[in-house]
Design a protein around this ligand. Structure first.
Ligand SMILES: Cc1ncc(COP(=O)(O)O)c(C=O)c1O
Length: 393
């Protein structure tokens, strides 16, 4: 592992809570100081030092004007994707966007007609619940199913859905999946792709959590599946890995020129270009961040085990499966009767703020999404509070 300055690795971070609050980090300011924040999907583990150095240089130079950093950002993304994911997108088939969600919405506009349906798989990252109403497209559901082993995709159900409804035009994959952490493997992706090709459906694969897949699972980029190029768009970003969501910078990656050109039919000024600070931070992170991300992944892997082991041992009524990816855990509180606003109920019982399951759609009843992307010390305090507030012993 390359040497990084002492204290700069995720495993060495100390969270200074009042400094975070003073800096206006919304994860730490939304609720009062007595509440432990485990809600928004942002980790507390910092950024590679080169990100700070580059942004400081720009601030010192007063470099706030128009810029041409989007192109080098795209090139840095391609280098990262091929180094970290064995996937070699062509820079000419990548478009910068301000954020991932913008790429999703623009894809729905570019690749579907108003009379076509889009497929969503609940429970899913809750802003996607607005996709149908705000684009005027009807939504067809291919929901995840739950059993003792966790949350799964049912490929036969997708086949039946596509065979039964020729008006479906687009399938939105959340890959890796937020909130369950489920990761699709190469065989499952291949089957999804075959079905998409057979039924003339475009796949939009949101891969924003792609760097954060834990041992035992592997991220297979949808566009790396043989045959995907004619029907697949991937949207991703460095913002989750490097906790730089406020800087706004993402990419949309197209399998071929035809798809790219259809996306380009959206007026340029509706999409605009990403922020310079977002581009420069992403370049610095992607070009220097390998050892840092390895350490982040090890920290998150240890955290997921710590969380799940402690809850199984100390709060067995809470349902939790070891997530394959991300720093998000999908916690089933049904045994406690949390009502229809589970996060509000949980906050009142324990002083821990999570995201409310019902916002994520079907399967969210009685659940909350808990963010474990923090230091072991903060995580322990979160678990202590859950155990003290909900434990019946
Ligand atoms: C699956 C998924 N997609 C998109 C986003 C948001 O990305 P952006 O802010 O770039 O739109 C998130 C943030 O949590 C996410 O989890």
């Amino acid at each position: 592992m390359a040497q990084l300055p002492t204290g700069s690795l995720p495993s060495q971070v100390h969270v200074d809570r009042s400094a975070r609050r003073a800096a206006g980090v919304v994860k730490w300011t939304k609720y009062d100081a007595g509440v432990m924040p485990a809600w928004v999907a942002e980790h507390d583990l910092g950024q590679p030092p080169a990100v700070h150095e580059r942004l400081r240089e720009l601030v010192d130079a007063g470099a706030y004007g128009y810029h041409d950093a989007a192109e080098p950002m795209v090139e840095a993304f391609c280098r990262w994707a091929s180094r970290r994911h064995g996937w070699s997108p062509e820079a000419g088939l990548v478009r910068p966007t301000t954020n991932v969600v913008q790429g999703v919405w623009a894809s729905v506009q570019a690749f579907t007609r108003p009379d076509q349906k889009i497929v969503l798989s609940d429970p899913v990252y809750y802003p996607f619940q607005d996709l149908g109403p705000t684009t005027g497209r009807e939504v067809a559901r291919w929901n995840l199913v739950h059993d003792d082993a966790g949350w799964h995709y049912d490929l036969d159900a997708l086949q039946a859905l596509l065979e039964g409804d020729p008006s479906i035009g687009l399938l939105l994959l959340c890959h890796p999946q937020n909130p369950t952490g489920r990761v699709l493997d190469a065989d499952q992706l291949t089957r999804i792709l075959e079905l998409a090709l057979e039924h003339d459906v475009i796949i939009v694969s949101d891969e924003i959590h792609y760097d954060l897949v834990h041992p035992g699972a592997e991220h297979v980029p949808a566009l790396a599946v043989p045959g995907a190029s004619t029907c697949t768009i991937a949207v991703t970003s460095g913002i989750k890995t490097f906790a730089i969501g406020g800087l706004r910078c993402a990419v949309a990656v197209f399998g071929d020129e035809r798809l790219r050109d259809r996306f380009d039919s959206i007026p340029e000024h509706l999409l605009t270009v990403p922020n310079r600070f977002g581009c420069e931070a992403s370049i610095a992170a992607w070009d220097t961040g390998d050892a840092w991300v390895d350490d982040l992944r090890a920290t998150l892997d240890a955290n997921r085990h710590r969380l799940v082991d402690r809850l199984h041992a100390e709060l067995p009524e809470a349902g939790i499966h070891l997530p394959d990816s991300t720093f998000l855990a999908w916690l089933d509180l049904t045994a406690f009767g949390p009502g229809d606003r589970p996060s509000m109920w949980l906050r009142a019982q324990t002083g821990v703020a999570c995201e409310s399951g019902p916002k994520f759609g079907a399967g969210g009843e009685g659940h909350v999404r808990l963010n474990f992307g923090t230091t072991p010390e903060v995580l322990d305090e979160i678990v202590d509070r859950l155990v003290q507030g909900l434990g019946r012993g």
